[in-house]
Design a protein around this ligand. Structure first.
Ligand code: NOJ
Length: 526
């Protein structure tokens, strides 16, 4: 059951370390988010995704959870978070927390019990082989650290032991079936965590590594999907308005498994990564080759071709449009900010595109003002990702308004360049990136045909021509190139048009079925 409110949802992702520090200790917190709810509302965002804010040793920025039911003291208290739910709701904003179901921290009490030699309730909460010298079939594992004579499997970093949801196909005696009582107990434990936050006012979850749960799964992820179906049934019965977005990157499987939305993330082979930064060109990878040749679509005169994106996206869209939503995002805490490769006009066009596409869009904090990717030392297992996680830039005051702490106590480095963008410096300029983002999101709320469900039709995607697409009866045109381009509209697109331009970046003119679209321009036409 897809929550009705998602039809017109626009999400804002907040990395809590870096959004707003309300108590002057140099690190962002929950009360800081509450202080900025009016700002979030002013963007037109009506939903939040907050990265993990639970008690943690923070070896992976909180994706190593030590207590699923306790807010990390550095962010505040559980009462602060309940208060955030209330205050956000008063402003018409829903709040998704980040659920990390695949692993805990190695300091989680379940794991501390599980690693004990003596059998106990948590012995099989994690995945262990049955001897200290016995490794696993290709899965990363650790041996030699526990009292128990066995090795345990990791789900990601060394600090993140994999929870036991069982194996779809078992090939060794130590592997439990995904329907074994121990695997079902893990499911119940995660449902309990979900119930806890949902009953305190949380509106749903972004789910970390959602496809990773059942090991040795088949290609269709049948085992993992069975787990999510089970969890979905619980939600439908007890919290029918809750929303779930998966980090799965395969909407056809994720939405069939019961998610409402699946993120469209960067990946090799075209698709999303060809829009804003072509990391995978020439075999480059997102972290390894930031200098690879960039032919991304929104980069002016870079020889980009929208069909590299459409070639992958359209089949995903067609295959899932009746099941739920693909979520396009400006970037997230794991990827490099779009400002790294795109200038201001290019950013405006790419965001206008994202906020006029079907599905449910996500804006990463600071992308609305074009915050830069900073080359900074790694923190909390961030590595190259740390550069996209620096403090929000509010105004020209000390620490760019993020915190009143001494500069030396600021947790993550602040952009100290002379041209660091801030919210305050863009507020009064109607053409600023910030206000362009506000206008296009406002238009999305105003026009149902720009929202999640209205159908998408491609009108023109010829190389060297503007990209023209229709959402219902609204026509969207984009020309990322440095020169004016014309396109003759086919009869079936032209006949829907009254000719009213509802939104415009740059110059557009329309006469007798021909649209002339100026250099680096975008328009929505009724
Ligand atoms: C994906 C999260 O987005 C990332 O930040 C984290 O490091 C891994 N999952 C492990 O939880």
């Amino acid at each position: 059951m897809t929550a009705e409110w998602l039809k017109d949802a626009v999400f804002y992702e907040i990395y809590p370390q870096s959004f707003k520090d309300s108590n002057g200790d140099g690190i962002g917190d929950i009360n800081g988010i509450i202080q900025k709810l009016d700002y979030i509302k002013s963007l037109g965002c009506n939903a939040l995704w907050i990265n993990p804010c639970y008690d943690s040793p923070f070896k992976d920025a909180g994706y190593d959870v030590r207590d699923y039911k306790k807010v990390a003291p550095r962010y505040g208290t559980n009462e602060d978070l309940y208060n955030l739910f209330d205050e956000a709701h008063k402003s018409g904003i829903r709040v998704l927390l980040d659920l990390v179901p695949g692993h805990t921290s190695e300091e989680h009490p379940w794991f501390l019990e599980s690693q004990k030699a003596e059998k106990n309730e948590y012995t099989d909460r994690f995945i262990w082989t049955d001897f200290c010298f016995q490794g696993t079939d290709g899965l990363p594992y650790i041996g030699g650290e526990s009292e128990r004579s066995a090795c345990y499997i990791l789900n990601f970093f060394k600090c993140q032991p994999a929870l036991n949801y069982g194996f779809y196909k078992t090939t060794a005696p130590w592997q439990k079936s995904f329907r074994d009582a121990s695997a079902l107990a893990t499911r119940e434990a995660i449902k309990d965590v979900m119930r806890f936050w949902l009953s305190h006012g949380c509106d749903g979850f972004r789910v970390d590594m959602a496809a990773s749960l059942v090991k040795n799964d088949d290609e269709k992820k049948s085992g993992t999907s069975e787990v999510w179906h089970d969890i979905r049934r619980m939600l439908d019965q007890e919290f029918p308005d809750a929303a779930m977005v998966s980090e799965w990157n395969d909407p056809s499987l994720a939405l069939r498994a019961g998610f409402d939305m699946d993120f469209y993330l960067n990946e090799p082979g075209g698709g999303y990564s060809t829009l804003m930064r072509d990391y995978y060109n020439n075999g480059g990878s997102i972290h390894g080759d930031r200098n690879c040749e960039d032919h991304s679509y929104f980069k002016k005169d870079a020889g980009g071709n929208i069909n590299r994106f459409l070639g992958q996206y359209l089949s995903r869209y067609e295959n899932t449009k009746d099941l739920g939503y693909i979520s396009m995002l400006t970037c997230n805490h794991d990827t490099i900010r779009p400002r790294y490769s795109l200038g201001e006009e290019e950013l405006k066009l790419s965001y206008a595109f994202i906020f006029t596409m079907p599905g449910v869009p996500f804006l990463y904090y600071g992308d609305e003002i074009g915050m830069k990717y900073l080359e900074v030392p790694t923190k909390e297992g961030g590595y190259f990702r740390t550069g996209s996680r620096t403090p929000m830039q509010w105004d020209e005051s000390a620490n760019l308004g993020f915190s009143t702490a001494d500069a030396s106590d600021i947790y993550l480095p602040i952009d100290d360049s002379a041209d660091a963008p801030t919210v305050a410096s863009q507020e009064s300029d109607p053409d600023s990136l910030l206000n362009t983002v506000r206008s296009i999101i406002a238009l999305r709320h105003q026009e149902e045909e720009l929202q999640a469900d209205a159908p998408l039709y491609i009108v023109c995607s010829d190389a060297g021509k503007p990209f023209v697409y229709r959402r219902g009866a609204l026509l969207c045109v984009v020309n990322p190139e440095g020169k004016e381009l014309d396109v003759t509209l086919p009869q079936n697109a032209a006949m829907h048009l009254q000719g009213d331009v509802l939104f415009e970046i740059g110059d557009i003119s329309l006469r007798e079925g021909i649209i002339s679209i100026g250099a680096q321009s975008f328009a929505v036409i009724k």
